[in-house]
Ligand binder design. Structure first.
Ligand code: ATP
Length: 430
């Protein structure tokens, strides 16, 4: 076992204080406490990570509860996973668990959790770079525990499993490998790669629930380069666990790369608007499937019913979308608006990535930047004042005013009122 110390200068003063305070509290009650997993990896790589993973030898949850009270933080217990989350003042999130070993009753099932030693806890982990720990107790503060060559693998940029059965125990690690490879720019060590391929060939994923698979996919889509990660998933033939007919074609590859560009543009242009990476990338991935397979896959992965029906509608509408939006002639803004309005932003971004013509793409962008923001100045009260008794004609008139505004036919409140008066007269005349 290699014993090195973590370079404390790598830690921000605030983080150092938090870690010292955890160690000090543990010393006062004779607990052995370690920082572990992704936090150690990121600290050693000099990457920002505001969450801390803490491991306690015995009674970790009790430790978490009393530490939270002592430090003025909040405590939350996740009984099912035997973990606790402490949020400290200053919003530092600390996940606390007791050292454990895990037993997998069968491949792909959730593990049974059994109390175990620190060594057992480190050796149950996914990759060597995630199996590092350092002590927080004062006497050994910063002393690194590296049982599997994680430091060397971090230095040479390698993702390596800890044992031959790793993917059999938990096939979701196949997706985790791709995620870390992408995020860190690491390579997957050759033997690990072979084991991954075997796990995929043996279709171990059929034993993993769609919820767990979805969780891994969601994490992948939250990374900075989802198309790169999807390409990597395709290289390892992992996409067939989403649907066996999902083919990573050249068309899909370039569409995903356009989707990422459009996504970045949208985020920059509308930073306050919500966009779901999960819906966006999952939607784009299953889009090439037949409508029947798309529907089944969406349901299997619990895509919201509303979004799934919009995705199916977008696919059905695609020839019409091309006809309307890619038309070489003039297309009034109100026509573009009425075709796109009501569709989720993720759907519109998928449409934008798929449309084949430049004018078509330009029109979708203008819808997002201009047309959907157009408002009218008059409202129902004004129509009432013009002498129309309340009824369904109100909505129709207001809609026509919005359309006229969008197409530049009216440009002021007065012009809107003039148009409204004409429309009200028409309705009143019957
Ligand atoms: P991230 O920065 O994405 O949160 P992380 O490494 O912190 O990455 P988590 O999913 O938060 O990942 O898990 C924390 C630690 O728990 C990991 O570093 C790893 O040691 C261990 N771990 C998580 N998932 C698994 C798994 N499926 N199999 C084995 N060990 C795992």
């Amino acid at each position: 076992m290699e014993r090195k110390r973590i370079d404390l200068k790598r830690l921000s003063p605030h983080l150092r204080r938090v870690l010292y305070s955890i160690g000090k509290f543990a010393d006062s009650r004779s607990w052995n406490v370690f920082c572990v997993g992704g936090s150690v990896r990121d600290l050693l790589l000099g990457r920002k990570n505001f969450d801390l993973d803490i491991l306690v030898e015995e009674h970790g949850l009790e430790f978490a509860r009393s530490f939270a009270r002592n430090a003025g933080g909040t405590f939350k217990l996740y009984r099912r996973f035997a973990t606790a989350m402490v949020i400290l003042p200053g919003a530092v999130k600390v996940d606390v668990t007791t050292t454990r070993r895990e037993h997998y009753p069968e491949p792909g099932s959730l593990p049974e959790i059994i109390p175990g030693s620190l060594e057992e806890d480190l050796l149950r982990r996914d990759f060597t770079i995630n199996a590092l720990a350092f002590s927080l107790n004062k006497k050994q503060f910063g002393q690194l525990i590296d049982l599997s060559g994680g430091i060397a693998d971090l230095e040479s940029g390698v993702i390596r499993v800890l044992h031959e059965e790793s993917f059999r125990d938990d096939p979701t690690r196949v997706f985790r490998a791709v995620r870390f490879q992408q995020r860190l720019g690491f390579t997957i060590e050759p033997r690990t790669e072979e084991l991954m391929k075997t796990a995929v060939d043996l279709s171990l994923f059929e034993k993993v629930s769609p919820e767990r698979l979805r969780h891994e996919l969601e994490l992948i889509f939250e990374e900075t380069d989802p198309p790169g990660a999807i390409e990597s998933m395709a290289r390892y033939d992992e996409l067939r666990f989403i649907h066996p007919r999902l083919i990573y074609s050249e068309a899909l590859r370039s569409e995903l790369s356009r989707l990422k560009e459009n996504y970045d543009w949208f985020r920059r242009s509308f930073p306050a608007e919500d966009l779901s990476n999960w819906r966006l990338y999952f939607g784009a991935l299953i889009y090439p499937l037949s409508i029947k397979n798309m529907g089944e896959t969406g349901k299997k992965f619990n895509l919201s019913r509303r979004f799934l029906s919009q995705l199916i509608a977008a696919k059905r509408d695609e020839p019409e979308t091309e006809r309307i939006l890619s038309s070489p002639g003039e297309v009034p803004p109100s026509r573009i608006y009425s075709w796109l309005w009501g569709r989720a932003q993720e759907i519109i971004l998928i449409m934008l990535s798929r449309i084949t013509s430049r004018p078509g793409a330009g029109r979708i962008r203008r819808y997002l930047t201009e047309f959907r923001k157009v408002t009218r100045e008059i409202g129902g009260e004004d129509i009432k004042r013009l002498g129309l008794s309340p009824g369904p004609a109100y909505a129709m008139i207001l809609e026509q005013i919005l359309t006229a505004r969008m197409d530049g036919k009216v440009k002021s409140r007065e012009a809107e009122l003039r148009l409204a008066r004409r429309l009200v007269d028409k309705v009143n005349r019957g």
